[in-house]
Design a protein around this ligand. Structure first.
Ligand code: ATP
Ligand code: MG
Length: 219
């Protein structure tokens, strides 16, 4: 990815079944965010293939990948990527732009009900910049869930949150995913969070490139 063409991710194979709840653990710099960016089609691997929902992501153009993501994938970014001056509801509805098939009135009702479900009923019309980090995190989660995605990718759901709030938010994501049959992939460095998942793997196990770096350091 970078100018020196340094290899940061080298994965032989990673298979996730439909409806699985997978936690991927690893320290800072082990390639967690990069992996989620690949899985969402935001970037392409230098070699190899990525198959999602029976389709080959790596054969698609950028436009096709954007469209595929809008239809099938919900993403909660590490830095949320919300619009600070817009309200909580408006931020969730931004996702509607990615999926024009969603009826406007239905989308608004769904946005409000998701935010309520996530405990933000008193913050619906607050600008995001006035919200706490935990509240902003939940707005980002509601946005990712608006389209009933088949796959939900979550990056560090609990960074900067206290353990109790973090686990509570993670439980909510898991419950909603289970109800909707959504495949959930979360990356985290927090063992408390990873414990609640049906399956857990570490970046050290799957990223050959990262263990190489570790060996260098340890030598
Ligand atoms: N766009 C990019 N160009 C070049 N190098 C990058 C890019 N994005 C990430 N990297 C490098 O790739 C490695 C993995 O980064 P990544 O963000 O995936 O780590 P991470 O596991 O998510 O870390 P953290 O827990 O700190 O979020 C790092 O060494 C980083 O410097
Ligand atoms: Mg990261």
């Amino acid at each position: 990815m970078n100018k020196q063409k340094e290899e940061i991710l080298n994965i032989d194979s990673l298979v996730v079944s439909k409806g699985d709840q997978l936690a991927i653990m690893g320290p800072s710099g082990s390639g967690k965010t990069t992996l989620l960016r690949l899985l969402s089609g935001l970037v392409l691997p230098a070699s190899g293939t990525i198959q999602l929902l029976g389709e080959e992501l790596t054969c698609k153009t950028e436009k096709e990948r954007d469209e595929f993501r809008g239809r099938n994938i919900g993403m909660v970014f590490q830095e949320f990527q919300l619009f600070p001056a817009m309200t909580a509801v408006e931020n969730v509805l931004v996702q509607q732009l990615a999926n024009s098939s969603l009826d406007k009135k239905y989308a608004k009702e769904k946005a409000v009900s998701l935010l309520r479900e996530l405990g933000l009923e008193k913050r619906l019309q607050n600008r995001v910049m006035q919200l706490s980090r935990g509240e902003q995190q939940r707005v980002a989660i509601a946005r990712a869930l608006l389209n009933n995605p088949q796959i939900l990718l979550v990056d560090e759901p609990t960074s900067n949150l206290d353990i109790k709030t973090g686990i509570h938010i993670m439980n909510q994501i898991q419950d909603i995913s289970r109800t909707n049959g959504t495949t959930l992939i979360t990356v985290t460095h927090d063992v408390h969070i990873a414990n609640g998942f049906t399956r857990m793997i570490t970046m050290e196990e799957i990223n050959k490139s990262y263990s190489g770096v570790l060996k260098e350091v340890l030598r």
